[in-house]
Design a protein around this ligand. Structure first.
Ligand code: SAH
Length: 344
């Protein structure tokens, strides 16, 4: 029998398996806390369990660790980019960032990405597979172990489209916030999506309390389809409707991500369109200067972002310019990529 990935199990699932193995239910909580609270990743180190049980666990379960293949530290802002090797030899990137209110971590949800956004590096090498809940979670645990830092916020904005790996991402959200385990409030978690509309409705139903970030990047439906192929399946108007539903159901404001690109989406007319699209919606617009991806020619003049922010503010839209972190180590938004050699 293939060993079960124990870090992907919720406490009730682990309890059921232990009872099935003829063990007492309370053992599950002990093991769960070794893993998720004490961060002990070897059964032999779980010293309040009998030797016999430790051997049984070894036979039945595996603890899938991630290995640091490469680690890059920014010399300008304390950002650290990790390239993790997964148990099957694939790679994902994770970024540890510093803000004035604490440390945040940007994690990946898939190996590669299917979405094909024109300006994004993650799309270039294509899609390989979904990450398991434990592989999403372990990016946090391994990074905390390596850095000695306890992160205070998590953003699902690394490689991959979280809502294209919906079940595993929801399970991850349950695990990361479990009071018996890692216990991070989902108020400190943001999930970023390119706009998989049906899944936004499903997520709203769960009322998890996390922040939904929507990568909008254009308020013109045709232009959006050019730069984000997902818009051909779920168009901008259906996306905005889903966002309104999310806000109604959860009472949370939505963040719209907007990478400002010269000659693509930053004119006065673009500001007019964006302002009229978002008028009356409880939201915030995060403007990002489009980051350089070597295979692509998109660019932004810094002044262009500030100027676009002013255009929006004048139109009554709450927009701020996001600080770019880790630019010297290609850790900024959209620069992450699946790369076996890790030499991007
Ligand atoms: N798939 C999700 C999350 C990963 S991308 C999503 O699309 O939201 C995280 C954010 O980086 C998204 O807002 C994405 O549009 C943005 N992004 C991608 N490439 C970028 C680039 N070159 N410059 C700036 N932002 C970029």
């Amino acid at each position: 029998m293939e060993k079960t990935d124990i870090l992907s199990l919720k406490l009730d699932e682990l309890e059921a398996l232990l009872v099935e193995m003829g063990e007492k239910k309370f053992r599950a909580k002990q093991i769960y806390q070794w893993l998720h609270v004490k961060r002990v990743f070897g059964f032999e180190e779980m010293t309040d369990l009998s030797n016999q049980l430790r051997l049984k666990l070894e036979e039945r379960f595996c603890i899938k660790r991630l290995f640091i293949q490469k680690k890059l530290e920014s010399s300008i802002d304390n950002t650290v980019k990790y390239l993790y090797r997964l148990p099957d030899g694939n790679f994902v990137e994770t970024v540890l960032m510093e803000y004035n209110y604490g440390r945040s971590i940007c994690i990946s949800t898939q190996v590669g990405c299917k979405m094909g956004c024109r300006f994004c590096a993650s799309a270039i090498a294509g899609f390989v597979r979904n990450l398991e809940p434990s592989e999403i979670l372990m990016q946090i645990y391994e990074t905390e172990k390596d850095s000695g830092i306890r992160v205070s916020g998590v953003v699902l904005m690394g490689i991959g489209e979280p809502l294209d790996n919906y079940d595993n991402v929801v399970k991850f959200l349950n695990l990361v916030s479990d009071k018996n385990g890692n216990n991070l409030s989902l108020r400190h978690v943001s999930l970023s999506t390119c706009g998989i509309v049906p899944k936004i409705y499903e997520l709203a139903q769960l009322r998890l309390g996390l922040t939904l970030s929507v990568s909008l990047h254009s308020a013109d439906n045709d232009r959006r389809s050019e730069i984000m192929p997902v818009n051909r399946t779920y168009n901008m108007h259906s996306l905005i409707k889903a966002c309104r539903d999310y806000i109604d159901k959860t009472g949370r404001r939505v963040t719209f991500e907007y990478a400002v690109i010269d000659d693509v989406n930053s004119s006065d007319a673009d500001a007019d369109k964006l302002a009229s699209l978002l008028r009356g919606i409880n939201c915030h617009v995060n403007l990002i200067p489009v980051n350089k991806v070597k295979e692509r020619s998109y660019k932004t003049a810094r002044s262009g972002v500030e100027q676009f922010a002013r255009l929006l503010n004048k139109r009554g839209i709450n927009a701020t310019v996001r600080r770019t972190l880790g630019s010297d180590i290609e850790a900024a938004c959209g620069q992450l990529r699946r790369d076996a050699a890790g030499n991007n």
